[in-house]
Design a binder for this molecule. Structure first.
Ligand SMILES: Nc1ncnc2c1ncn2[C@@H]1O[C@H](COP(=O)(O)OP(=O)(O)OP(=O)(O)O)[C@@H](O)[C@H]1O
Length: 272
């Protein structure tokens, strides 16, 4: 694995070394299909996600980012190697691991609050607690006033916030996000980045976040991972030197070293 140029100026990232290891991926490869259709998409990937980390994964289209997320979510099993999630040897879908996709996939006939309640209902959480947790989650993403609205009444950004609320309502220990802002316009995207950052700073729930957007990774991540190659493997795994708890995303963008770090990361992506 190449060291990231970014680490040279590393001085501000939080120490998460002491945080509990929530996800551990060890020498994993993943092969889809069989026989002539066989395709190895990940090879020898090792990664971890610890408590309080916000890990952003960058990589060219098709290098296996979503496949990696699917392994952690338990939707796929590795062809070789180990994926341990919250102490379990075999990753499987469970409420402690929330997933947010690029498209909100809300139930169109349920209000925002009821969408947020849905997973809790499936888990057998009682009505009063369900409602309370859903309302709280909807408030946290700033949709308190819209909780009775149906999805078709919401903008794209609001829908995505509703999808995040649905995930938060289940109080997951890990949140997996697959390009959650990828389909949004630039301004909405920036607003949601700021909002997610505030949510994360307040809760420190571990987040594993896939993005194509270098700026998004620099503004949000405590650690940046670059996947590359075919089959995909980890080219870079390094703390984000730009990470700061005090500064807003707008302030971070204005930092002198921002442009240089961005350039380095783009170069890493090109050569990954
Ligand atoms: N279920 C599947 N069966 C066979 N091949 C698959 C399957 N899912 C993904 N692939 C292939 O695996 C490769 C990696 O796909 P994946 O979606 O993980 O990449 P990605 O980096 O997330 O791409 P993108 O950035 O475009 O979303 C691609 O070539 C894709 O066509």
């Amino acid at each position: 694995m190449r060291a990231i140029g970014l680490t040279e100026s590393y001085d501000a990232s939080p120490s998460t070394e002491d945080g509990e290891r929530l996800v551990s991926i060890e020498e994993v490869s993943l092969v889809y299909g069989r026989g002539k259709k066989e395709k190895e998409v990940l090879r020898n990937v090792s990664l971890e996600l610890r408590e309080r980390e916000f890990v952003c994964v960058l990589g060219a289209s098709g290098c296996g980012k979503t496949s990696l997320l699917r392994l952690i979510a338990g939707y796929e099993q590795p062809s070789s190697g180990r994926v341990r999630v919250l102490g379990r040897e075999k990753a499987e879908p469970r409420p402690e691991v929330g997933v947010v996709f690029q498209h909100a996939n809300l139930f169109p006939w349920l209000s925002i609050r009821r969408n947020a309640e849905f997973g809790l209902r499936m888990q057998g959480v009682g009505r009063a607690e369900r409602r309370e947790r859903a309302e709280e989650a909807v408030r946290r993403v700033g949709l308190g006033d819209a909780e009775d609205k149906l999805p078709f009444e919401l903008s794209g950004g609001m829908k995505q916030r509703a999808a995040i609320a649905r995930t938060l309502a289940a109080s997951p220990r890990i949140i997996l996000m697959d390009e959650p802002f990828g389909a949004l316009d630039a301004i909405t995207r920036e607003n949601l980045q700021q909002q997610l950052r505030r949510l994360w700073l307040a809760s420190r729930q571990a987040i594993f976040f896939i993005t194509h957007d270098v700026d998004e990774a620099l503004l949000l991540a405590t650690r940046v991972v670059v996947l590359g190659g075919s089959p995909g493997s980890v080219a870079v795994d390094a703390p984000n030197p730009l990470y700061s708890e005090e500064e807003s995303t707008a302030e971070l963008r204005k930092r002198q070293e921002y442009g240089k770090l961005r350039e380095q990361l783009v170069e890493s992506l090109k050569h990954a």
